[in-house]
Write a protein that binds this ligand. Structure first.
Ligand code: PLP
Length: 232
């Protein structure tokens, strides 16, 4: 099968899964935005995806994301940064990302705001919350009890728009249980920050559970692009 045919078939399957999950959950299908995670795959794939109607792409490594966004600047895509962020790279990420989903500490805010100001564009920000047990190894994301202060920090930045939350279901836990917890965390955040309505949750293996728990964005990599190459 040619690469365009393969991507078209995979996309149709994923869009069908999202539609079925929305129907099951009694939600309109346009409630859920598909972000295709293109990390490790070439800009040529991003171009094919844009031809197939994909509007949002996600990347998790700064250098790769920066290069691909530049190569695909003519496509008018919305670029989501979904990876771990170093504070010394925050301004650079804000120079091409339209949505930064992985803000997990207040230290990132000044750099992101500066990068957004230089670009004269407001950037959408999601707070990444950890669903892991406290003290778990390799935990990424803020603890739920840190979100209030973090939301205030983002909300106070001139060029950042607080939009909501992002989370990854922990390994070894039923994603439905983890995402139910996430839905509760979201309800609490929205009480003080009614603008923070986006919920980015769900990957190739667990998008149905995420849609059931209220996800507005799903981040899908391998189900669209195939398994990731080990080396670029
Ligand atoms: C890679 C990645 C995804 C996509 O994962 P798949 O299982 O390939 O769909 C989603 N979210 C984050 C944060 C990622 O790093």
């Amino acid at each position: 099968m040619s690469r365009p045919d393969e991507l078209a078939a995979n996309l149709a399957t994923v869009r069908g899964r999202i539609a079925a999950a929305c129907a099951d959950a009694g939600r309109p299908v346009d409630d859920v935005r598909l972000v295709v995670v293109t990390k490790f795959f070439p800009a040529s794939d991003v171009r094919l995806l844009a031809d197939l109607g994909v509007t949002d792409v996600g990347e998790n490594r700064h250098q790769e994301a920066e290069a691909k966004a530049a190569e695909c600047a003519d496509l008018g895509l919305t670029w989501h940064f979904i990876g771990g962020l170093q504070s010394n790279k925050a301004a650079a990420v804000a120079s091409y990302a339209d949505v930064v989903e992985s803000v997990d500490r207040a230290k990132l805010v000044a750099g992101l705001d500066r990068g957004a100001a230089q670009r004269s564009q407001e950037i959408d920000v999601l707070l990444q919350v950890s669903l892991d047990p406290p003290g778990a190894d390799g935990r990424s994301g803020a603890a739920p009890e840190e979100l209030g202060d973090l939301a205030d920090a983002v909300g106070g930045a001139d060029h950042l728009r607080l939009r909501g939350l992002m989370a990854v279901a922990p390994l070894g836990e039923d994603p439905a249980t983890a995402f139910a917890r996430l839905a509760g965390i979201r309800r609490e955040l929205v009480t003080d920050h009614p603008e923070a309505t986006w919920l980015s949750a769900g990957m190739s293996g667990d998008l149905e559970a995420a849609v059931h728990a209220g996800a507005t964005h799903v981040r899908i990599g391998s189900a669209v692009l195939g398994s990731r190459p080990r080396f670029k």
